[in-house]
Design a protein around this ligand. Structure first.
Ligand code: CP
Length: 309
């Protein structure tokens, strides 16, 4: 059996192209499984996984839990709200207490960049990063790549623009690493205040003109403005942002070719994307959510193969 080169998934930055391709191939097999009448395989009956969420989540949390249950793993869920974290317990103490209950893998979302990597260096269990602050969201990038491959046949050679709040986005950074490793060209587009100054050093193009960016690309990944991470004003108003960087049907239909529309969610309808674009046949937003389960099954299955049993 082919194996990943890593023992934890803390960021796409650590993966090789071969790792990413192995995850996507494995996800394709699991997508067949979850479309069968019996959507479950017994592969991880001997594994216990803790989902440890210190930040809100809908898609990632449900998707990981479903993926684990489809693999027959035992699952425990922990959220910071209502836990002893509020009484001053450290991250490592919290997780070590969970591990004392014989947990083999920890899936963690945390507001601090680097939290997943830090944890992976402190504990024996496998660690999967479900989003660490503004840093990385590796499984989102993997499911995005899987969805592009499914719709367009491949990622290599495709042009993908990521539009919006790049500065605060973990989805953007993980997508840039993942898409480039698979041979795509990447552009970021948004107001100059929401594009990090160093970004071109990652080999991405930069545009501040949405129409120009959309005319260039095969796929547009529309990101939400992350107001919860903004402590100063980066643009005059949401209305002005929407006028310059929001994608509506008039703009989409006026382009010289048909492009694919993506969004990691949660969507702010009427801000970065209009409802008729989000719900249009060009949108693969719900395919991304569906593919999230198969991709997370693949990640968990491949990391579990590296646990000594
Ligand atoms: N895409 C994503 O991470 O969504 P959630 O915050 O709902 O998990």
């Amino acid at each position: 059996m082919k194996q990943l080169s890593v023992d934890h998934l803390t960021g796409i930055v650590d993966l090789t192209r071969q790792d990413i391709e192995l995850i996507l191939e494995t996800a394709a097999r699991f997508k067949e499984v979850i479309n069968r009448p019996i959507k479950k395989v017994p592969s991880l009956r001997d594994i216990t996984i803790a989902n440890v969420f210190f930040e809100n989540s809908t898609r990632t949390r449900l998707s990981f839990e479903l993926a684990q249950k489809r693999l027959s793993a035992d699952v425990v869920n922990f959220s910071a709200a209502g836990s002893s974290v509020k009484k001053g317990e450290t991250l490592v103490d919290t997780v070590n207490n969970i591990l004392a209950m014989k947990v083999d893998m920890v899936v963690m979302r945390h507001p601090n960049p680097g939290a997943a990597k830090f944890l992976s260096q402190k504990i024996k269990a496998r660690v999967v990063n479900a989003g660490d602050g503004t840093h990385e969201h590796p499984t989102q990038a993997l499911l995005d790549a899987f969805s592009i491959q499914e719709r367009l046949g491949s990622v290599a050679g495709k042009k993908i623009v990521i539009v919006g709040d790049i500065l605060h986005s973990r989805v953007a950074l993980s997508n840039i690493y993942c898409l480039q490793k698979l041979g795509a060209e990447v552009m970021v587009c948004g107001p100059s205040t929401l594009i990090p100054k160093y970004i071109s050093e990652l080999g991405v193009r930069v545009s501040h003109n949405l129409r120009e960016a959309l005319e260039w690309c095969d796929v547009a990944n529309m990101l939400r403005i992350q107001l919860e991470r903004q402590d100063i004003k980066y643009f005059p108003s949401l209305r002005e942002y929407s006028q310059q960087f929001g994608l509506d049907k008039t703009l989409l239909d006026s382009l010289s070719k048909e492009i694919v529309i993506m969004h990691p969610g949660p969507i702010n309808r009427g801000v970065e994307i209009s409802s008729d674009v989000a719900d249009s046949p060009q949108s693969i937003i719900l395919d991304q959510v569906e593919n999230g389960v198969a991709v997370r099954m693949a990640v968990i299955y491949l990391l579990a193969a590296k646990i000594e049993r």
